[in-house]
Ligand binder design. Structure first.
Ligand SMILES: *Cc1c(COP(=O)(O)O)cnc(C)c1O
Length: 362
């Protein structure tokens, strides 16, 4: 692969995958472990695939320190389907609390409200989704408290968990900062993440759920929406997204080889610091979105002095092989997503480009 062109990929999702992972998938593509078939072509009930899914689960347990009383599920439908499955399975006839800090938590509560009661324990939209809520209005009887650990569009990330009232389970959409740093899983009743931001290709969603939550699942849910059935079958009630599961398994192995999540966090901090420093030292040419304490290590939205300059920035960047930097239309401007697979070298290329662009246009 040495002369294959690879982009410096700052896409928000699907995002980049580690080169080693792609190369391993390529090497195993035609003959997976002596089967004479690719992973996509073998039975999901074969011993070869069983090893794939069991290894992926074991590696994720090790990476995140997931205790034995949690189940791991590999599901379809994206994080978006979890916005629906979560209240269906865990709210019963009660009400759920949501902390709204950006587009994704806003979407999550909207979905939950279609099927029952959900209230915003806080909503920072009137402040432009720039940071944490000052205070939470928590329902002590809530079925659960939901938050989004990293708001992918606004670049607001929680580095310590909001604290729910005693007995209220904490649930997290961690789609865009999944496996980017260590997390104390024991604080959570459930976490979920679409894989395509940080952990693999699209097509699989990882759900980590504590056993006592599964006890709450009502009877007679449609089977593909039923955590109890899906967990009991080991994500094999029907044909799972087998290739996507294989790929997240390779990413988990890669993450272990990097030294685990503490080592990965260190690199992620180096990359994010480089970019935030460039923004902060630009004399106002580049302007970040999030408040300093809430700045995401994964997604860095920023503006330039004019929309013309922003268009020029995106175009010029592309010419320099720096891809995926256009911001979400709701925030405008630029966004650099620096997921695990973005290298320090890649972040350095972006910083060089930003300084150069400012010099020519500032
Ligand atoms: C991308 C994203 C989603 C939606 O994920 P899909 O897998 O596309 O459904 C939800 N939440 C967050 C935080 C995201 O970044």
């Amino acid at each position: 692969m040495s002369n294959t062109k690879r982009a410096y990929n700052f896409n928000p999702g699907p995002g980049p995958l580690p080169l080693e992972v792609l190369e391993q998938a390529q090497a195993e593509m035609l003959d997976f472990k002596g089967t004479g078939m690719s992973v996509m072509e073998i039975s999901h009930r074969s011993k070869e695939f069983e090893a794939v899914i069991q290894t992926a689960e074991a590696d994720l347990r090790e990476l995140l320190g997931i205790p034995a009383n949690y189940k791991i599920m590999f599901l379809q439908g994206g994080a978006t389907l979890q916005f629906t499955m979560l209240p269906m399975n865990l709210r019963a006839t009660g009400s759920a609390d949501y902390i709204v800090t950006g587009t994704w938590s806003k979407t999550a509560i909207k979905e939950a409200q279609k099927l029952g009661a959900a209230r915003a324990a806080a909503n920072t939209e009137s402040e432009g989704f720039k940071g944490y809520p000052e205070k939470l209005d928590l329902d002590p009887k809530a079925a659960y408290l939901h938050f989004t650990s990293n708001e992918t569009i606004h670049g607001v990330e929680y580095f310590s968990e909001p604290v729910p009232p005693a007995g209220v389970p904490l649930i997290c959409d961690t789609s865009s900062d999944f496996i980017s740093r260590p997390v104390d899983i024991s604080k959570y009743a459930m976490l979920y993440a679409g894989a395509q931001k940080n952990a693999g290709p699209s097509g699989v969603t990882v759900v980590i759920i504590r056993d006592d939550m599964i006890e709450r699942v009502p009877a007679n849910l449609p089977v593909m929406l039923d955590y109890k059935t899906l967990a009991a079958s080991g994500s094999l009630h029907n044909t799972p997204p087998s290739f996507a599961i294989y790929m997240v398994g390779l990413v988990f192995q890669w993450a272990k080889k990097q030294g685990g999540l503490a080592a990965i966090e260190k690199v992620n901090r180096v990359k994010a610091d480089m970019i935030y420093k460039t923004i902060d030292e630009s004399g106002g040419f580049y302007r970040g979105h999030a408040k300093p304490e809430a700045r995401s290590l994964m997604n860095i939205p920023f503006r330039l002095p004019s929309e013309e300059l922003e268009d020029a920035f995106a175009k010029e960047a592309k010419k320099n092989n720096l891809i995926g930097l256009k911001g979400h239309r709701s925030v405008g401007g630029m966004r650099a997503s620096v997921y695990n697979a973005v290298t320090v070298e890649g972040a350095g290329e972006l910083v060089k480009f930003m300084k150069d662009f400012q010099q020519k246009n500032g």
